[in-house]
Structure formats: C-alpha cells, structure tokens
Design a binder for this molecule. Structure first.
Ligand code: TYM
Length: 335
C-alpha cells in the first residue's frame, strides 16, 4: 500500500461563525481532498490570541469552528481534526523557528503590515509579529506535502518553505518543504458591500459578510442588497464589474457550474432575478451545514471527546518531528 501524502490546514476561531470565503476558499477544497490525502485540520486557537478575546468566548468560538468543519463534511474519523493548543509541540517548534527567522523577513509579511497599521504601534503585539512563524511550525511539524489555503495565506506558506529550507541546510534534512495549493477561481471572495476588499471574519462592518451560521433571512437579505453596478448585465468582469463578478464566483463555486453557463441563464433578466437565484443556491448550501453544526454544538462533551482523540493522534506525529528538531539543534535531552 502506498502511503498517502500529507495535507495540513487550519482556521482561526476568530468569530462565532465562519464566513463564505472560508467555506469556498478553504473548506470545500479540504472536504474534497480528505479522500486522497492524509489530512490534518486544526482550529488555531493560539493564533487567535493575537487579537483581543474574551476567554469564555474564545473557548466557545473554538468549539464552533470545529463543529463547522465537521458540519461541512470533514470527517473526524478519517481526517485528524484537532485544536492547536492541545498539541504542545506547536508553541515549542515556533520558538525554535523564531531563532532562524529574520526580523526584516517577518516584518515584510503583508498581513502583519496591514494589521499592525490597523491596530497602531501600541496595540501591535510581538505575537502578531511572530504569527507566521507559529503557522510555519503548524505545517512543518506534520511533514506536510500540501497546504490548501486562500491566496491571503500564500506569503505565509512561502515563509514556511524558506524556514524549512534554511533549517535543513543548517542542521541537516529535517523538514519536508510544503507546497501551497491555491484554487485560482475561488482564492479570494470579496465583501458583498465592498467588492474591492476581501471578505473577512474580522471586517468592521458585517453588512457584506455571509456567515455560515446566520439565520436564513439575514443571509437572503444580504445577498439581495449586495453592491452591483448600473448596467444590469450579468457578466464576469473582475475590474469593471467587481460586485457582479464576485456573486458569479460564489454562484459557480457552490453549484460546480461554469461562469459562462450562469451568464447565459441570466442573460437579459437583470440583477434582481440573478440575486434571487444566488440566494436560493446559498441558502440551500448553508442550511444543512448550519443545522448540523448547531446539532453538534448541542453536545459539547461529545465534540470535546472527538477533539481529544484527534489531538492525541496529532501529538504523536508532531512530537516525533519536535524530538528530531531538539536533537538537531543540540538541546541536551533530559535523562
Ligand atoms: P483564516 O482563519 O483567516 O482563514 C481560513 C482559511 O480561509 C481562507 N479565506 C478565504 N478564502 C477566500 N476568500 C476569502 N475572503 C477568504 N478569507 C479567508 C484563508 O485563506 C484560509 O485558508 N493563518 C491562517 C490560519 C492558519 C493556517 C495554519 C492555515 C494557521 N496555521 C497552517 C494553513 C496552515 C488564517 O488566519 O486563516
């Protein structure tokens, strides 16, 4: 039997619900890839600490994120679905990797630059600065072949590759150098009210964010109010018609249809009809996921049990890599 290649990915528990960009840009790919890969999916709660959090809410968001993975089709009996902080090796490897990361190198990460600008110097923590190093630790601990992500994470995966190569060159072959997997068509879903900005869990206004766990009527209203343009033609043109193009991308991703066939269907019918069509598609997709997630959240003890079993599986893999790393860098092992 040939061994399956390893896949690693994760999401921050930074909101009560995932948004449709997480769903289309990441979860749908994860679901499809879990058959062919030995997949590890984490809820990266240590990363979420880089934003202000209420402790009880963070715990709840962590469970909610895990429940949405499962509801969207990640099977915790096949894929290793766990919570990052349950596996201590992540924080430990992040420290070691931080010692081979350049200050300037970390400072060039665009997400850090954006977020630190938004928060201001005083509210920007060292943790936010080293965030991508912890992400590299996540990926490298599992000897990962592929990392499916949306395109905002590409630079972080590039850094991960650089750190793996640097460590291997300095201390001997230790880490597999991972490849990002980015689905070009769906790598970036935009905010429905501001189609030049990426849809984000941490957006200031939620008017243009479609949440997986929102009430159906709220989701429907947001779609009907999505920003479009004045020419009334359902056609894909990312530059000239960013709002309509984003809606077409969502429509195509959820139905598996090609964009030209959707354009044909709505030719001469205007935006109202098109939005109603999209509304039906999104609601039909979200409803079962939402229902299943809420059902799972009704039994937190069972969810916690599943996460604990999987954390043990993850730790077994991660500890082996960490142990090699400790030896390679020359840490004296406890007798
Ligand atoms: P996070 O939690 O911001 O996002 C989770 C995943 O969703 C994708 N995504 C999008 N895709 C398309 N359009 C959008 N509008 C959109 N918004 C988010 C993200 O690209 C991501 O794939 N740093 C990571 C979490 C992380 C991680 C890891 C990922 C930590 N360690 C190791 C992979 C491997 C993050 O903040 O993702």
């Amino acid at each position: 039997m040939t061994q399956k290649a390893r896949l690693y990915s994760g999401m921050q528990p930074s909101a009560d619900s995932l948004q449709i960009g997480n769903y289309i840009g990441a979860l749908l790919q994860w679901r499809d890839m879990q058959d062919t890969y030995d997949a590890f999916f984490s809820v990266v709660d240590l990363h979420a600490l880089t934003q202000p959090n209420d402790p009880a809410e963070l715990r709840e968001k962590t469970r909610r994120t895990a429940a949405q993975y499962i509801a969207a089709g990640i099977e915790p009996s096949r894929s290793t679905l766990y919570v990052q902080s349950h596996v201590r090796a992540h924080a430990e490897l992040a420290w070691i990797l931080s010692t081979i990361t350049g200050f300037g190198e970390a400072g060039r990460m665009t997400q850090f630059k954006d977020k630190s600008q938004r928060y201001g110097a005083d509210a920007t923590s060292v943790g936010l600065f080293t965030y991508p190093v912890l992400m590299a630790a996540d990926i490298l601990l599992y000897q990962t072949h592929v990392v499916p992500v949306g395109d905002d994470q590409k630079q972080h995966v590039e850094l991960t590759r650089d750190l793996a190569e640097r460590f291997n060159a300095r201390y001997g072959e230790t880490f597999r150098v991972p490849e990002p997997v980015i689905q070009a068509e769906t790598a970036r879903i935009y905010d429905l009210q501001n189609p030049s900005a990426k849809m984000s869990k941490s957006a200031e206004s939620h008017a243009g964010v479609l949440w997986l766990l929102d009430d159906v009527d709220v989701t429907a209203k947001k779609i009907m109010r999505a920003v479009t343009d004045n020419d009334g033609v359902v056609a894909y043109d990312r530059e000239g018609k960013p709002g309509v193009s984003n809606l077409l991308t969502i429509y195509a991703a959820l139905t598996g249809r090609q964009i030209p066939s959707i354009e044909d269907e709505y030719a001469g019918r205007g935006y109202g009809d098109f939005k109603k069509g999209l509304r039906d598609v999104v609601v039909a997709e979200f409803e079962p996921v939402r229902a299943r997630a809420l059902e799972l959240l009704d039994d937190p003890a069972e969810l916690d049990r599943v996460l604990a079993v999987n954390a043990e599986k993850a730790a077994a893999v991660a500890d082996e890599t960490l142990s090699t790393v400790y030896d390679r860098v020359g840490l004296l092992r406890r007798a």
